[in-house]
Design a protein around this ligand. Structure first.
Ligand code: C5P
Length: 330
């Protein structure tokens, strides 16, 4: 039954940060068609936003600059995440549980979810996966669930290869199909400029184009050791970009075949003062440049904003870990 009164107006919000693949080697292909990867993931402070309120049923409303590109139907990853968590919670839910000293605001019967879409969809920065991970975190708090982090990661893994990494939302050395993660303890201070020329790219389509090219697989070349430390070097931005320069993104060429403007995005990023390295993220089309200072990234954003007014452009810094869900007065 729908709650009324003061509790009904209260909800939980959680930010969903963008993911960057600083390099991405495709190292093999499994029998089920999924590709084995070797990648360094970093999460940055450009985010979608998830807000949840108690409700009798599940609903999803999408607002923000990219709302019109997001299907809000039942197969939306946010709604699938909510349903899966509710199913899981059915057996383990404790109605009068207290979470972080607060009484649970709802029960896993339903939720009114609002997604504010700031990140360009289908753009290689994991927006959909991040939204699903933030939904799991927000609903765990809203419903006061006694679900452990490992259990939440298990649910995340059923939603997509990248969703467990998005749940962790910290620098990670990643392998498997994107589901095997080693946390990186000492990510150097480095700043980013993200640009997207506006062409959505479907991840399966880019992997298919990669397959059609029939190239040899790349070797695994993790930059961070098992203790999470940068191999060989210190923690300066240049040490990381030196290490990255001998690595690459194997999906760049197939993405370029489908969206040639990716080449223009990388080329103009490389002309910016202080750009240490420019590369495509994930399956594209978002590209990023790395800088030693946030000021250099912001200056680059202003220059490109004037030259390419239709592009999505965002300076960003790494986040050290996931944003905590927080109570919200709707
Ligand atoms: O796991 P997710 O739903 O994000 O993946 C979308 C698609 O991308 C998969 O269906 C698959 O075609 C491709 N993919 C892949 N290898 C990966 C991850 C994704 O081939 N490691």
């Amino acid at each position: 039954m729908q709650q009324t009164g003061p509790l009904a107006a209260r909800g939980v919000r959680c930010r969903a940060p963008a993911k960057l693949n600083l390099y991405l080697h495709v190292t093999g292909r499994r029998d089920d068609g999924y590709h084995e990867l070797d990648s360094l993931f970093v999460f940055v402070d450009v985010c979608d936003d998830i807000a949840v309120r108690p409700a009798a049923a599940f609903s999803l409303e999408v607002d923000g600059p990219f709302a019109d590109q997001i299907p809000a139907g039942a197969d939306n990853l946010v709604l699938r995440a909510a349903r899966l968590l509710a199913e899981f919670a059915h057996g383990s839910f404790v109605h009068d549980s207290f979470v972080h000293g607060r009484k649970a605001l709802g029960r896993p019967g339903g939720a009114a979810i609002t997604l504010t879409k700031i990140l360009p969809p289908a753009s290689g920065i994991g927006g959909g996966s991040a939204d699903a991970a933030a939904t799991l975190r927000a609903l765990r708090m809203l419903w006061g669930l006694q679900v452990t982090q490992d259990e939440l990661a298990g649910i995340a893994g059923r939603l997509g290869a990248d969703v467990p990494a998005c749940l962790a939302s910290r620098a990670l050395q990643v392998s498997g199909i994107g589901d095997v993660m080693e946390p990186v303890n000492a990510a150097p201070d480095v700043f980013f400029l993200l640009v997207n020329p506006g062409t959505p790219l479907s991840t399966p389509a880019v992997f298919e184009a990669y397959r059609d090219r029939n190239g040899a697989f790349s070797r695994r070349a993790p930059i961070y050791g098992p203790a999470g430390q940068l191999r060989d070097n210190g923690a300066r931005a240049r040490d990381l970009t030196d290490a990255l320069s001998s690595r690459h993104n194997d999906l760049e060429q197939p993405a370029l075949d489908l969206a040639p403007e990716v080449g223009l995005a990388m080329a103009v990023l490389r002309t910016l003062d202080g750009c240490l390295l420019a590369r495509m993220s994930g399956s594209g089309a978002t590209c990023f440049a790395m800088f030693e200072t946030m000021a250099a990234a912001a200056t680059g954003a202003a220059i490109l904003g004037e030259r390419f007014p239709s592009w999505w452009i965002a300076p960003a810094r790494p986040v050290p870990g996931p944003f905590q869900p927080c109570p919200w007065q709707a």
